[in-house]
Structure formats: C-alpha cells, structure tokens
Design a protein around this ligand. Structure first.
Ligand code: FAD
Ligand code: EPU
Length: 336
C-alpha cells in the first residue's frame, strides 16, 4: 500500500472530470484498510469504487481510498439457493456475468451496470424490474471510528428506491468490505419490463434462460445509455420522483401523456426523463456539459466540462421542472 500525493482523479470517475486528491491510496486487504485508518486521525473524505455514481465539483482536499478487495466465493447452499460472497472491489458486471455462467440466478437483469460490487448496496442498485434487495443476503462493513467489522442483514440496510442506511444515516461511517447474495437454483424470470420481452423476440429466443435475459438487458442498455469510455456520464443523474396521488391527478389532467408508474404505498413514480424532455433539455449542450440526446435523465461530459458546469446544468434542470410541473427532482449522483 502506497500513500500518494496530488493524484489526478480523472481515470477514477466515469464522468471524466479532472479533479485532484490531496492524498490517494488503494487498499486490497482489511489489514491495509486498518493501516490507512490508523494513519489518518480524521475520517477519510471519500471511499472510491468504480467512480460511476459521483460528480467531483472540486478537488478533494483530503484522502481518497480506493477499494481493491478481490474474490468471489460460494459460501453455502440449500435446496433452493446458492449463497455467494463477493469482495467489494470486484467489478459488478463481471460478477454478474460470472453468476450467469455458473447458473446462479437472480442478478441477470442487473447486467452492465458499471461500478464495483461494494457500492451496490449504497443505493440498492436497480434496473429492469430488479433491485439488489431482492437477492441480498448480508454484508460486512468496517466501522471507521469503532474499528470493528459489523454484519448487516437485509432488515438492517433500510433499502428503498436508490436508498440505503449507508447513503443517509451511516454516510461516510462504514467501508463495505463484501456483499453476500442469495441466488436461485431455479430461475425466476423478471421479463415484465416491456422492452425485455421485445428484445427477446428480436433475438428469436426460444428457451428462456438467465443468459438470454442478461443478453437482452445488455442490448437494451447499450442502445440508450452512453458508454462512459466514449462520453462521460454517471447514468441517471436524477431519481424518478415519487409523488402522492393527490399531486398526480391534476398533473395528469393538464398533461395526459405524462409517463407515470405505480409505486409503493399507493404513490406514483414519474419518469423524470419525460419531465426533463418536456422542458426542452434533451440534446441540450452548453460548452462540454449536456443532456444526453437519447435519454434526458443522463447528463454528459462531451470532453472537458468541469464538475461545476455539470452541477450548474443540473440545478437549471431542477428549477425548470419545478417551475413547469411543480415537481422537485432529487439528484441520484453523489456530489463530492
Ligand atoms: P462510486 O461511484 O465509486 O461510489 C458511489 C458512492 O458509494 C460514493 O458515495 C462512495 O463513497 C460510496 N462507496 C463506494 N464503494 C464503497 C464501499 N466499498 N464502502 C462504502 N462506500 C462506498 N445505477 C443503478 O442503480 N441502476 C442502473 O441501471 C445504473 N446504470 C448506470 C449506467 C451508467 C452508464 C452509469 C455510468 C452508471 C449507472 N448507474 C446505475 C450508477 C452506478 O453504476 C451505480 O450506482 C454503482 O453501484 C456505483 O458503483 P461505483 O463502484 O462506481 O461507486
Ligand atoms: N423517457 C422520456 N424521455 C427521455 C427518457 C425517458 O420520455 O428522454 C421516458 C421513456 O419513454 C420511458 C420512461 O421515461 O417510458 C422510463 O425510461 P427508461 O425505461 O429509460 O428508464 P428511466 O426511468 O429513465 C430507470 C433507472 C435506470 C435504469 C432504468 C431501467 C432511475 C433514476 N433510473 O431509468 O437506472 O437502468 O430505469 O430499469 O431509476 C441509474 O440509476 O443510473 C440508471 C441508469
């Protein structure tokens, strides 16, 4: 383990933002993490995974610790499940592909999400009708102040839509070390998302399999989301807003084509991409900061945009959606 000074974070964030870390170190074992923790009297500024859900708006005038814990292990099985433990520094999509190859079912709808497995519980990552909470077993995390390793079961994590206890109550207090999933021996297919059925038909799939679902999801995602290696982005910049029926009904009367879906507790989830598009932002570009032409929910860096320029654009979008629809957008991306 090496503590480096004034390191560019450009290679470590998918938005492709130039920012510098005053101190930077990668750890690949619990011992190295403990050593780093002893070195710094105060809590670190940032635990970094794949950098695919963050926006640097300034230099980090503290420590950046990059999680490089590796390994995948089958820890047990029962009649219906495999229990698989993955270390936090493993790449998420490679882990999903590994599970698909082994016949461990449950993560296939979450194919091609960038980033590392350690960040997956942070916002309970989700796509195409599945969230990790659906197959989560437990995780181990290191408490930076107490210097202990604690186990979190499903009920401890307070998972919600793009939410968890680690994003709010315990923010910056724990380093997630590994995550265990309870995966199915017999697949339960989630093809309810219309686009998946359509894509499986395009692929002429006869016998449904977790590999086919994974492939369909990869194709859909590749067709609408920008590849960060070509255009800087962090996926959806905002969450889809969840509102009450009382707020929704007059909106629907004014905008009959509004895109909306039922959510928990009799609430309504609006498609933020639709709201943003209606405000005229889709395909907008100012300097190198823009709103992606195929998906208005994704903000992009065409080259040399600063984090502040992307942030300012997001603030303008929030204001215009509030003014037109009376709906408050919330950022999904972690602003650093
Ligand atoms: P980072 O960006 O490195 O970190 C994110 C946050 O988690 C930071 O606050 C960081 O401090 C914290 N963190 C990271 N690792 C740890 C750890 N081990 N312990 C404690 N804290 C930690 N997300 C979805 O949910 N669904 C999608 O469909 C989706 N699609 C995307 C598509 C694209 C093209 C992109 C670029 C992003 C997409 N995302 C999506 C967002 C992103 O991929 C996920 O949020 C992912 O889990 C972030 O992982 P990461 O390792 O890159 O996290
Ligand atoms: N839409 C528009 N205009 C747009 C974009 C979308 O009208 O510019 C409409 C679409 O027509 C569609 C609806 O909005 O009817 C939903 O769009 P889409 O299926 O593309 O999904 P999304 O709501 O934009 C969410 C997640 C994605 C996830 C996909 C698939 C959030 C914030 N985003 O996007 O997650 O991959 O569904 O499940 O929930 C991420 O979190 O970073 C992310 C990419």
């Amino acid at each position: 383990m090496q503590l480096q000074q004034n390191i560019s974070l450009l290679p470590y964030n998918t938005f492709g933002i130039e920012a510098y870390a005053r101190w930077f170190a990668a750890f690949s074992s619990l011992e190295e993490l403990q050593e780093l923790n002893e070195l710094s009297a105060d809590a670190p500024q940032l635990i970094l995974g794949g950098g695919s859900n963050i926006l640097f708006t300034d230099n980090v005038n503290g420590m950046v610790w990059k999680n490089e814990l590796r390994g995948i292990e089958l820890t047990g099985e029962d009649a219906n499940h495999y229990y698989v433990k993955v270390q936090a520094g493993e790449n998420w999509h490679r882990f999903v592909q590994y599970c698909v190859e082994q016949g461990y079912a449950g993560l296939e709808n979450l194919s091609l999400i960038p980033g590392n497995t350690g960040a997956s519980p942070m916002q309970n990552i989700g796509a195409y009708g599945v969230e990790i909470k659906d197959v989560f077993h437990e995780l181990e995390a290191y408490h930076l102040k107490e210097k202990t390793v604690e186990t979190f079961r499903l009920e401890d994590c307070a998972f919600g839509y793009r939410e968890s206890v680690f994003k709010k109550k315990y923010r910056n207090q724990f380093v997630i070390l590994n995550v265990s999933f309870r995966l199915n021996k017999t697949p339960v297919f989630h093809t309810g998302y219309g686009a998946i059925v359509q894509e499986l038909e395009n692929m002429k799939v006869q016998d449904l399999s977790i590999r086919a679902v994974s492939e369909a999801v990869i194709r859909i995602r590749s067709s609408k989301l920008p590849d960060p290696s070509r255009i800087g982005n962090a996926g959806s910049f905002f969450k889809n807003p969840v509102i009450s029926k009382a707020q929704f009904l007059p909106l629907q009367a004014s905008y009959p084509s509004i895109m909306a879906f039922p959510a928990d507790n009799d609430q309504i989830k609006l498609a933020a991409g639709w709201l943003i598009e209606q405000c005229g932002w889709k395909g907008y570009r100012k300097g190198d900061a823009g709103c992606y032409e195929k998906q208005a929910l994704v903000l992009v860096n065409y080259g040399n945009a600063s984090g502040a320029a992307i942030y300012d654009l997001s603030a303008e979008i929030i204001d215009s959606v509030l003014a037109k629809f009376g709906v408050q957008l919330e950022r999904e991306v972690n602003i650093i």
